[in-house]
Design a protein around this ligand. Structure first.
Ligand SMILES: [Fe+2]
Length: 251
């Protein structure tokens, strides 16, 4: 595993290689397979008790603990330097399962509401031109204020509603112009980046299914409700689906 000088500027991307064991990946994927019937949200995304449980399972592994601690420490220092107060909210754990039937979930350029994002690939889509890899833009935004953040969010929401073919063409044009990089998401590795200042998206999954556990840390609260309202709605939906899953009779 690479070590980083936490006093230095945070790297755009940290890759912690070989942190999650094959055994643990198999266990998590088997749990997802077993709950497939009820796990079909239209956007392929859920913040569930299961996602939190998977994150806790990862934390039993010393390598993951170290990666998480290091990434969190860098982010806290960066936030302090930026002069932001961080509240003590627990991390938001999200499970994403995206397949070829969900093109609306690909090529969606966005900034996260949280400072630190840990991306833990659980399963790769099949190797084709588009296999769900992460797209990370090179230029990070600076001097983010509440107003500039809201303006950026609204602009990106409008762009996200463009047809898939246009969003896709934009991604490949930006790759050709070296504005962004394609990051191969390998199960077993953990990818840490500052999604609050780094524009990012995912390629489409043309075949098979891309599964990821995503853990977001430290929301500086600069969205004036643009993120909290949809997040609260999604949390309510996820709780209802969780309750439904637990009340459904087992076969
Ligand atoms: Fe994101």
């Amino acid at each position: 595993m690479r070590d980083y000088d936490i006093d230095a500027e945070p790297p755009r991307l940290q890759v912690f290689e070989g942190v999650v064991t094959r055994h643990l990946l198999d266990e998590i994927n088997a749990t997802i397979d077993a709950s497939r019937e009820t796990w079909r949200p239209a956007d392929g995304r859920r913040a569930t008790q299961a996602a939190r449980r998977f994150a806790d399972m990862l934390r039993q592994n010393e390598g993951f603990q170290l990666a998480e601690r290091q990434a969190c420490e860098i982010s806290r220092r960066w936030a302090r330097k930026a002069g932001w107060e961080l509240n003590g909210e627990p991390p938001l754990c999200v499970l994403r399962c995206v397949n070829s039937g969900l093109p609306a979930q690909s090529h969606l350029r966005h900034y996260d509401s949280h400072i630190l994002t840990l991306l833990i690939p659980l399963q790769q889509a099949q190797a084709t031109q588009e296999n769900g890899d992460l797209i990370l833009y090179r230029r990070q935004r600076h001097a983010v204020t509440a107003m500039s953040n809201i303006v950026a969010k609204i602009r990106l929401i409008l762009l996200r509603n463009l047809p898939f073919v246009i969003r896709r063409a934009q991604t490949f044009r930006h790759l050709a112009e070296h504005l962004c990089d394609r990051i191969a998401c390998v199960p077993g590795n953990v990818y840490a980046f500052n999604g609050f200042v780094t524009l990012h998206a995912n390629l489409h999954a043309e075949a098979g299914e891309r599964r990821s556990l995503i853990v977001h840390y430290y929301d500086p609260g600069l969205t004036a409700g643009l993120s909290t309202v949809p997040r609260a709605c999604r949390a309510l939906r996820d709780r209802l689906l969780d309750a439904l899953q637990h009340t459904r009779p087992r076969a």
